[in-house]
Write a protein that binds this ligand. Structure first.
Ligand SMILES: [Fe+2]
Ligand SMILES: [Fe+2]
Length: 145
């Protein structure tokens, strides 16, 4: 795999982050009722994390791989009730973990070629995966059975 192909994979990740942030902020506006407040707060907090992830991906794509960050966004998924919103976002977070884990594996395979970028890519990608796993745990805690 080339650096160019790796940058393309990271651009797909960036597009997932764009979609995730918009989706969380939109879903936060749809939550109503007596239990709404803490859930809205959590969704907005997660949206802030996704914004940080966007910034990290842009930097990796641009400063470390010499490519152009995408301005597109992946598909978003509608939901209405609180439980639907939580379920849809848990599923999307799991998808992000799967995609990012695949990219991390590619980065590790490219260690030799990425002599001067490897630890930045490996460290930052791994930290984003940790955040997404935390998001899954946080959303699952809010999910009423
Ligand atoms: Fe993220
Ligand atoms: Fe997330």
């Amino acid at each position: 795999m080339s650096k160019k192909e790796l940058a393309q994979m990271l651009n797909k990740a960036l597009e997932l982050e764009h979609a995730a942030r918009i989706q969380y902020l939109t879903h936060a506006e749809l939550i109503k009722g007596i239990n709404a407040e803490p859930i809205i707060a959590r969704l907005k907090e997660i949206a802030e994390d996704e914004k940080r992830h966007e910034e990290i991906f842009r930097e990796l794509i641009s400063s470390y791989l010499g490519d152009v960050p995408s301005m597109s966004m992946a598909e978003t998924h509608p939901a209405k009730t609180i439980n639907e919103i939580l379920d849809v976002n848990i599923k999307d977070e799991m998808h992000a973990v799967d995609v990012y884990t695949g990219i991390l594996e590619k980065v590790r395979e490219m260690k030799e070629e990425l002599k001067y970028e490897y630890f930045q890519l490996e460290h930052k990608l791994r930290h984003i995966i940790l955040d997404e796993q935390e998001h899954i745990a946080e959303l699952c805690l809010l999910r009423s059975k």
